[in-house]
Structures are given as C-alpha cells and as structure tokens.
Design a binder for this molecule. Structure first.
Ligand SMILES: [Zn+2]
Length: 203
C-alpha cells in the first residue's frame, strides 16, 4: 500500500531507515527518482537553479549509463546523487542476492554515493540487513503522487504542502510519466514551500 504521508507507525517500526530527518529547523529535502532523463532532468536543474534549491536525485543505473553528461551536470550544480538500482528492480520479486547484484551494477555507474532508495519503496527485512551494511537507506515521508495518471495540479500541491513538516523528505519523479504535471506545477509548489518559511537541504 502506498500513502501520501508515510504513517508514524511505519516510520517508527523501521528505525534504521530514514523516512524524515529529525530536526527543529524548518528544513526539507527534495528528491527526484528514476532519472536521469534526456530532456526533463535539464528542465528540473534549470528550475532548481533559478530558485537556488539543492536536491537529491535517486538515479537508475541504466539511465545514468546512457546519460553520463547529465550525471555530471547534476553534480556540478551542487546536487546529490543516490543509487536506485540498475534496472529499477522490484525487491519483492527478487532474491537478496540478485537484488544486491543490481544495486552493485548501479554502484559501478555512480561509485561515490552511499545513499540508496529502493524502487517502489519495497524491501524484505533480509534485503534491508544486507543493504544497510553498504548504504544508508532513504525512503520518504511525502509521496507527491506525480506519477499518477490524471492527478490534478491542485491535488498534487495539496499532497505536498499539507503534509510538510520539519525534516520532510519529498518524492517527485524525473520521468516521462511525471513530466507534464511537474512542468505545470513544480515551480509553484517549490515557491509555496519557500513562502511557508522552509529551506531546502540535501540528504
Ligand atoms: Zn523509482
């Protein structure tokens, strides 16, 4: 089951996995999953640059391999990269061994990061134990639902703005599925977050 706001009991149950940073500062964390993409990443980077916001990009190894210059661009602009497996693998359909192999294949493309986010937010406990030895597992506490077909800009804004709190980790997608809706309302959402007194930090 997917929630817009990750419930407290799940956050507490998995205390070794990061859902939201504990902080008294009005600081939030913007994350973009599934890139890099040929054209859309560039649009996102330009927008973030114009608003002076830094974000974390959880990239798919296969996409990163095809677009090395975009990966360099993300880093050169001061953003952070995280591992999102090589082939966007679903952990629930994988053995721990084959799943970790996919993570390692992604690591070969982006060797420096120690952040990992599982596709679909899915992991078995045995996989968590294995991955934790090598990476910091980062989930989220706000899923924007930008990937949902026909979601309205109003609903998307509401999902993010009404669930925001200190240390929130927000998920958007650097993917074809989310491109249209984000081009329509991402700027507005980010500006509103700033107007609410929050600053953006990287993980
Ligand atoms: Zn993903």
């Amino acid at each position: 089951m997917l929630f817009v706001k990750t419930p407290q009991f799940i956050q507490k149950f998995s205390s070794s996995i990061l859902f939201r940073k504990k902080t008294d500062l009005k600081q939030v964390y913007l994350t973009f999953d599934d890139g890099p993409t040929e054209e859309f990443t560039h649009w996102i980077l330009k927008l973030l640059g114009s608003l002076n916001i830094k974000a974390t990009f959880f990239c798919i190894g296969e996409n990163a391999e095809q677009n090395p210059y975009i990966m360099s661009d993300i880093l050169e602009r001061g953003h952070i990269i995280g591992n999102h497996t090589y082939s966007h693998k679903n952990a629930f359909f994988s053995s721990t061994k084959s799943y970790f192999k996919d993570i390692e294949k992604c690591k070969a493309v982006m060797p420096k990061t120690d952040l990992f986010r599982p596709p679909y937010g899915k992991l078995f406990p045995s996989q968590i134990l294995k991955i934790q030895k090598h990476f910091k597992i980062v989930m989220w506490d706000i899923l924007s639902y930008d990937f949902k077909k026909n979601i309205s800009p109003e609903k998307l804004k509401q999902n993010v703005l009404e669930n925001l709190e200190n240390g929130s980790i927000i998920v958007f997608h650097d993917s074809v599925k989310s491109e249209e809706i984000l081009k329509e309302c991402l700027e507005d959402i980010l500006v509103k977050i700033k107007e609410n007194g929050y600053t953006f930090s990287t993980l």
